[in-house]
Design a protein around this ligand. Structure first.
Ligand code: GCW
Length: 650
């Protein structure tokens, strides 16, 4: 494992080198001096005021930083009031205090000095989580940033990097993480056995100190794989006993454990279906085992099992999640959270918002995003997901509630992590903006993507105007550029099978799990209206009608919902085929522009960061051109329609 790591946005630098007086931290009796908030403040102040004398207590100090716990605040809430002589920070609990300290530090660093601040805030979403797909052997499923820093050769690791990880997460308000792959295999199945309890206890205590609850992914059939039982039937009393005693064992070593994250009956993972039970039976059985200890079960809604013949135009994988879970609304226990991917398919660059948001009115739901850029350039391409996440959170479900947006219907958000043991954590330095921004958005979803990025840029790269302008331009335009040169108008899965990098328009098309573009000589797209697969009917009106007709369906999702001739005219005024050509040329030009702009940063940013970026922008450009040529050629040959601008298409 790589042990060297960057502090990312927590690299504290001197703010005032002239200050030589005494700076005092004053904690009231309710604040433990050993707590994370105090230790972070000490770390930061020692670096920011290098010549100051840092003490506890306020005697004759010129700057005072006062910390307290206040009952009038909710648990994770904080207030900060600060000026040039110091700050007073209050939290509803140690976690709230910690968020207050981080918010204060970020604000003065962004401002470049000890400025006046007055703020009171609490996180918008109670659950703000990262899901790691790390395997016990140290590999990471869909990992693009090196190996795991949680596991090596079957063993759990707790070291300095773990502490830095916890600080990074806490600084953006993440309060939960699952450390192992939802596909629980091999040694990971044994994570909940005696051998690992001590380490789990150590890790959960470390994370807890930074306000983060540790979750683990468990194998639903563990009573069989570990307990040597003949069944894992959730309604079998002995199976429940097995899980109850497992929970007791786990919580006696790791009392801070948050609970379990479970992928069941999906892509080969075991689940309740094997016993004729439904997903509420499965989730509730585990939830009841964890309940006495305050634990939660996060149950994934990513369940599909429809194999399909290409000629069959009714079967549709997109329908599966809703069909499985909507009938179970109201059947889940209070400590179950249903984790729903942002779209009905699988983290494509553009998908409609999942119809389960809004539909599950009596179930706690968390939205799941994927920061690991499986389908969005694998961290070789820059693709900032914040505008997309914001758009999804703001999407109206029309489910009849007063606040009917996705944000209004969820109680949490989780994201598949994009980290690994790479020096800069995320392979590409720019991909760290997704990690930073995801946490910030869960805390304060009203922030504009641009403001979050601005914050992240100044905390990571300092205050250079050229760097700021360039990175903002690249990051804010990156998702559109990626969408333009890859998958037009809501089409998904034009990528190469298995590893999902690079273009292959028919790579998945005749696969048994679904059909994705149905392109032929006359038309393209999937009819998901009632005449087709019926998927659009899973939305409340007016969305179901809007999506069902090419006349009203938004351009960006047209080919996801409708099958149209290449000559169909979009709302933009272009034909579908001309849009495909134009967007691919334009997306590619954007990739060229990004690479050019990055080159101009030479000398303005750290050499290592510059070189790493240069390598990646070059690969992005190569790949963008490949996408442009393969996709344009594919559609030109199928449709027989030439580009009206006469550009070179092979
Ligand atoms: O996106 C797909 C990935 C799988 C992943 C699965 C899931 C962990 O290709 O690698 O498995 O989704 O979300 O469970």
């Amino acid at each position: 494992m790589n042990t060297a790591f960057s502090p990312l946005w927590l690299g504290y630098e001197p703010l005032d080198t002239r200050f030589t007086g005494r700076a005092a931290i004053r904690c009231t009796s309710r604040v433990d001096r050993q707590c994370a908030a105090v230790s972070e403040l000490i770390t930061a102040l020692s670096a920011m005021l290098p010549a100051a004398e840092l003490t506890f207590g306020a005697d004759s100090a010129s700057m005072i930083f006062e910390l307290d716990i206040a009952d009038f605040l909710s648990e994770e809430e904080y207030t900060v009031s600060a000026d040039e002589r110091g700050a007073s920070i209050l939290g509803g609990s140690e976690a709230g205090l910690l968020y207050g300290v981080f918010a204060y530090l970020a604000a003065i660093r962004a401002a470049g000095g000890f400025v006046r601040i007055s703020r009171r805030l609490r996180p918008a979403l109670p659950l703000r989580m990262l899901d790691h797909w790390d395997n016990a052997d140290g590999t990471i499923e869909r990992g693009y940033s090196g190996s795991s820093f949680f596991f090596e050769n079957g063993h759990l690791i707790v070291n300095e990097r773990t502490e830095m990880y916890a600080r990074l997460l806490a600084s953006v308000g993440i309060n939960a993480c699952a450390i192992n792959n939802v596909n629980v295999r091999g040694e990971a199945i044994k994570l909940i056995t005696e051998d690992n309890l001590r380490d789990l206890g150590k890790l959960s205590a470390l994370l807890k100190r930074w306000g983060i609850a540790l979750y683990i992914c468990v194998d639903f059939s563990a009573p069989m794989s570990l307990g040597k039982m003949r069944t894992a039937d959730p309604l079998d009393i002995n199976v429940s006993y097995w899980w109850q005693s497992k929970a007791r064992e786990l919580y006696s070593s790791a009392p801070a454990l948050g609970g379990f994250l479970v992928k069941a009956d999906s892509e080969g993972q075991p689940g309740p279906y094997a016993y004729g039970r439904d997903h509420a039976d499965g989730a509730n059985m585990l939830a009841r085992a964890l309940k006495p200890f305050g634990g939660k079960v996060i149950w994934r809604a990513f369940v599909y099992n429809c194999s399909q013949d290409w000629r069959d135009t009714r079967t549709d994988r997109a329908c599966a999640g809703y069909r499985t879970f909507a009938p179970l609304d109201g059947h889940f226990d209070g400590n179950v959270i249903l984790q729903v991917k942002n779209g009905p398919m699988d983290f494509q660059v553009r998908e409609p918002v999942h119809p389960l948001f809004g539909a599950m009115k009596h179930t706690a739901v968390a939205a799941e995003f994927q920061l690991a850029q499986e389908y969005t350039g694998q961290q070789l391409h820059v693709c900032c997901l914040l505008p997309m996440i914001k758009q999804i959170l703001a999407h109206r479900t029309y489910n009849g509630s007063q606040n009917d947006t996705v944000l209004g219907t969820i109680s949490g958000a989780a994201a598949v992590a994009n980290t690994g043991d790479d020096f800069c954590w995320t392979g590409s330095e720019l991909a760290a903006a997704n990690l930073y921004g995801f946490g910030r958005l869960c805390f304060e979803p009203t922030l504009a993507a641009e403001d979050i990025l601005d914050e992240w840029i100044s905390l990571t790269f300092g205050h250079n105007e050229l760097v700021r302008e360039t990175l903002l331009y690249i990051l804010l335009g990156s998702h559109k550029a990626y969408e333009d040169y890859t998958a037009p108008l809501g089409l998904g899965w034009l990528c190469k099978p298995n590893h999902h990098y690079g273009p292959d328009p028919w790579g998945y098309e005749f696969d048994r799990w679904g059909t994705y573009n149905r392109a032929d000589r006359d038309a393209v797209g999937i009819d998901r209206s009632m005449d087709g697969t019926g998927y659009a009917a899973q939305y409340y009106p007016p969305l179901c009608d809007m999506y069902s007709s090419p006349e009203t369906c938004p351009d960006e999702l047209l080919l996801f919902f409708c099958r149209v001739p290449y000559t169909h005219v979009l709302h933009s005024g272009k034909t579908v085929i001309q849009h495909i050509y134009d967007s691919h040329f334009e997306g590619c030009e954007q990739a060229e522009e990004f690479a050019r702009l990055w080159d101009k940063l030479e000398g303005s940013i750290d050499r290592r960061v510059f070189d790493n970026g240069k390598k990646r922008f070059r690969e992005q450009l190569r790949s963008a051109r490949e996408w442009r040529d393969v996709i344009n050629t594919f559609f030109r040959r199928l449709s027989g329609i030439e580009d009206e601008k006469g550009r070179k298409i092979y």
